[in-house]
Design a protein around this ligand. Sequence first.
Ligand SMILES: [Zn+2]
Length: 195
Amino acid sequence: MFQTGLFAEIKSRLLMREVVERYGFEVNRAGYILCPFHSEKTPSLKVYESGFNCFGCGVSGDAVRFIALLHNIGDYEAAKQLDGDFGLGLSAVDYVSRTTNIVKIKYARDVVTSFETWIDGAYRAITDLNRATPPRPPVVTGLQAAKFLALQSMADFLFNELFSARTKAQQLQFYKNYHKTIEKINEVLYEHNTN
Ligand SMILES: [Zn+2]
């Protein structure tokens, strides 16, 4: 998830606007903020959906670049800061935020709630898969039946993995390792229940 993956993930999850607002900039109706990179009285830094451009001093880039320039840190550090400040949970690295406010706390709480919901859902999916009677041709194709059986043979293993993941960090690791598998399980269960 790190390096290029982290940058792409941040871009896809954060709007440039919410990033600048998070750090105290006020976006005017035309979509401009006062540029922090040169001295000015009239906003000339345009905020786009996933980037910015200052028409005064010519600086441009994405959210990561903005934070890197703002704090005079590298892109990698900036990405980690965004990850931490928005509670994205992309990096398992210990992180101490440079800024704390109520927005961050609320956001983090929402992320925790949705993660717990995901864990609950994963339990349910694995249990349902374990209990389900495998579908057979001609109700489903041989390939679909094989896919179902292959996943079902993993149910015990997955259940144990999830059951033994007690700390948040372990659960996060489970998510990282198996969220695609859980997605597939939900897909086959959906097909199974609609057949
Ligand atoms: Zn500027």
